[in-house]
Design a protein around this ligand. Structure first.
Ligand SMILES: [Zn+2]
Length: 541
């Protein structure tokens, strides 16, 4: 007797093989048979020719905080995701001493755009160490399978306290950090994550702790992976972090390195391709480097209350620590505005916002700042800031920032050394929502633009990330593997329009989106609502 049989499906195995008509049977959470299936089942579903693929593995999420109050990890399961990797970029919530909780939450509010009220009301602090955090996740269960990174910034804060955002570490401190990474790996962390990105600022505009690490500290901590002979090193790099230095780390440790965030930037359109070529050449020398790319245009909703889009600018720095009236005064300041204009007119290696005023929209009127400025004869920056000041900073802007050149993004997605990634699910909840990236890949890039065949598009979302992270017995439809499944209509699949809901702790807002063309999602053979997810602690990578 089977637990579940799905009949008459177009089976996509996740390995890129040609699709096959057939049935799939599930027993005890695992795929028991594929092909023509006989015998009875507790539940039988007629797929009527719909496609059945392994569930999507979302390898770049920030659900570390949300999972403690929302084990359903909304909205990812409805969007076809069955496994989420959390703790990317080093922004975890464990380890954390009680005295540092406020500091960690304030940093997350700044760097990942999470509401401070929601974090304060929502996070369940039933842990201090990484192993305790993982035990808590396992005990409480979740809708999805979860793999967790040990995150550099939290580890640094745990060891150095306030100094974590101020200086390099001493040898003693590095030794203490190493112990925590080793302990996390023993407890089942999927690897070690960090960020050197200048876009990553914490509370009061100070750099996130990992950005203060020197070469010696980074080598020591990534070295823990080498010594343990397991784990992925993940980093979100700044322009000043050369791929060559990451290749050195990969060579010294023998560990795979996931390099984020390779987003196409129209001011320096060649940069990401240069990075991908360096990654490709390193791999020819036997390294295991992979470039994390996104299949979504990066656009962000924001107000001047929390202008993440502008906060990476050097010239914005003086405004970062300011609040209330002092902030308003700074927005009016001629010199401040002139400094921003001067910076935007200079070339840069990487910049989130590049003064493309025709891509910056006022959400309510749907008019661009370029149009408004032309109509009023104003300079665009003045037009934007004056409008926001008139509306008590409440004006909602939308900026189309990066990854909007589809020809270029298509080439990045097709690159053999890239990995589809960067949903940032769980973060930036009022700015954007790319949790439906997998459905977008299948609908937009596969069906509409045909940059991949359907089997190859599916492989990019399933067995490929499973192999990079060493996720065992998932990402491929085959007997013996866990029954993580997504049933969908290839003719309709996609992600719906973003919409704003107010369901975070404290009634705080977030953006969400609905699935289109999804007919069923199973995690370990069960519906996500039943909380069938497992905490993954053992990996092949
Ligand atoms: Zn991230």
């Amino acid at each position: 007797m089977h637990d579940l049989v799905i009949r008459n499906a177009l089976l996509l195995d996740g390995l890129g093989s040609q699709a096959m008509r057939g049935d799939l049977a599930v027993k005890n959470g695992k795929i028991s048979e594929l092909g023509k299936i006989n015998g009875d089942a507790d539940q039988t579903i007629d797929a009527d020719g719909l496609a059945l693929m392994p569930g999507i593995i979302d390898n770049h999420t920030h659900y570390d905080a949300q999972i403690t109050w929302d084990p359903w990890l909304s909205p990812s399961p409805a969007l076809g995701v069955t496994t989420a990797v959390i703790g990317n970029c080093g922004f975890t919530i464990a380890p954390c001493r009680p005295a540092d909780r406020e500091r960690v939450m304030r940093n997350l509010t700044q760097v990942e755009g999470m509401s401070l009220e929601a974090l304060r009301a929502g996070i369940r602090w039933e842990f201090e160490s990484v192993p305790q955090y993982l035990d808590m996740l396992e005990r409480r269960g979740a809708a999805l399978n979860v793999a967790a990174f040990a995150g550099h910034s939290s580890i640094r804060t745990y060891v150095m306290g306030e100094a974590a955002t101020q200086r390099v570490a001493t040898d003693d401190e590095i030794r203490s950090m190493k112990k925590i990474v080793q302990e996390a790996l023993r407890a089942g962390a999927v690897g070690f994550s960090t960020s050197t990105s200048p876009a990553h600022n914490g509370d009061g505009g100070l750099p996130m702790p990992s950005r203060l690490a020197d070469e010696k500290e980074l080598r020591a901590l990534v070295g823990c992976l080498g010594e343990a002979g397991r784990g992925v090193f993940m980093l979100t790099k700044g322009g000043h972090t050369p791929i060559a230095s990451l290749e050195d780390l990969a060579a010294d440790t023998g560990r795979p390195v996931v390099i984020a965030a390779l987003l196409h930037n129209s001011t320096n359109p060649q940069t990401v391709f240069d990075d991908l070529l360096l990654i490709e050449n390193a791999n020819k020398r036997g390294r295991k480097l992979v470039g994390a790319v996104s299949c979504c245009p990066l656009s962000m909703d924001f107000t001047l209350h929390s202008p993440y889009v502008l906060e990476g600018l050097e010239s914005w720095k003086p405004a970062l620590p300011l609040k209330g009236e002092a902030f308003v005064e700074k927005m009016k300041d001629r010199n401040f505005r002139n400094d921003i204009r001067a910076e935007l007119s200079r070339p840069a290696h990487f910049r989130l916002f590049n003064g493309e005023w025709d891509k910056l929209q006022v959400v309510e009127s749907q008019r661009t700042i370029a149009e408004l400025a032309a109509a009023s004869g104003q300079d665009p920056l003045d037009a934007m800031l004056d409008l926001a000041l008139e509306e008590n900073l409440d004006t909602v802007f939308n900026a189309l920032l990066l990854n909007s050149d589809e020809a270029a993004v298509g080439r990045m997605l097709q690159h053999p050394d890239s990995m589809v990634s960067l949903s940032d699910a769980g973060a930036h909840l009022t700015f954007f929502n790319d949790a439906g990236f997998g459905l977008h890949l299948l609908g937009h890039w596969v069906r509409e633009l045909k940059i991949f065949s359907l089997p190859e598009g599916v492989r990019r979302l399933t067995s490929h990330p499973a192999q990079v992270f060493g996720i065992r017995n998932r990402g491929v439809l085959k007997p013996g593997n866990w029954a993580d499944l997504l049933l969908f209509d290839p003719a309709k699949v996609g992600r719906g329009a973003k919409r704003r809901v107010f369901d975070l702790p404290g009634g705080q807002p977030r953006l969400t989106c609905d699935a289109v063309g999804v007919h069923g999602v199973w995690v370990n053979g069960r519906r996500p609502e039943e909380m069938p997810g497992r905490l993954l602690r053992e990996f092949n990578a």
